[in-house]
Design a binder for this molecule. Sequence first.
Ligand SMILES: [Zn+2]
Length: 372
Amino acid sequence: MEIFQVNYSDGKTSRLYPAEVEFTPRALVISYLNEGVRQEVSWDIDRINTNKFGFSFEHKITYGDFPAETIEVDEDFFNQFQEQYPHVRLTNKSIHYIKKRTWRTIVFSFLGIVAFALLLYFWVVPAIADRAAQSIPISYEQQMGEKIYKQNLLEFDIDSARTKLVNEYFQTLHVKSRYPVQITVVHCDEVNAFAIPGGHIVVFSGLLNQMRNHEELAGVLSHEYAHVYYRHSLRAMARGLANYAVISFVIGDVSGITSMMVANADNIRSLQYSRELESQADDFGFKLMQQKGVNPAGMIWLFQNLTEANKEKKEKKILKVSVPEFMSTHPYTKHRIEAMKELLKKDRHVYKEDERQQVIWGLIKKENAIDK
Ligand SMILES: [Zn+2]
């Protein structure tokens, strides 16, 4: 009778004993040395756990209930065992090996697919959507912007007096732009403003009413203008409709995505830009004000002013506390104010009051007073 060398575990500890196994007609006789004393156990052939064979990475045969005894065996042992006890069918390890592999393959493929999908969803699709937005010609963007503007304005009453004044104010900044910038003031208590692709900027009367000086107005306008200039609103809309954007980019037809954007025109008012885009708009707005001789501290004043107003509203338990678009990146507003304060520290410009701006601002304030 052949003797096989195996590793044996009694199941009570993790210790493995080098052991010898002898095949006898009704049992496997396993003998090993424990602290120098020879031990012998006998496994009744019919009580061997056939179904548990091969379930781990080693080839183990187990015996008895928990804690089960175990022997680790090799291929020769396995073949000899089957020859000796043909009525005891150990599950074939090669099959298990394939099964294990298959199982692992399935898990890894699944994880791979998930990772790939996440990558697509969070990186590739937005990147392509962004490219799609960038590839839209300005003329298309303007046509589309016009439609989005009209659709949004259906809900509002235009404040024509302040619309005229705010446009005049913007003109004093002499911004040279590839976009014809057109500002519309609408009657709405909400403290908000938003930019539409192609050059429209909508300012709510609620926001104007909160302002204390014209530098704050310049701050809002230059910030929103930055969103137009960098096509932020166009890109954010394209991302919101990423699937359409990707399809239209792939088939090289931008009309699909532009018509989808028009169909989703209402989204423009609640668009949220990433922190990066907001910082870019702050930076651009700040520099624009510097260049145009308007004290860029106005941007900071505006932030502080609106933060205070929001706090007051909260204290008075006015439930509808609106967060204007340019302050929508909570909790980063603090960081943005800090960043602008840093810019202001380095600012060596001397700002003189522009008479024209003063006059226009005076008229806007008069209208604000009527509105309040
Ligand atoms: Zn913004």
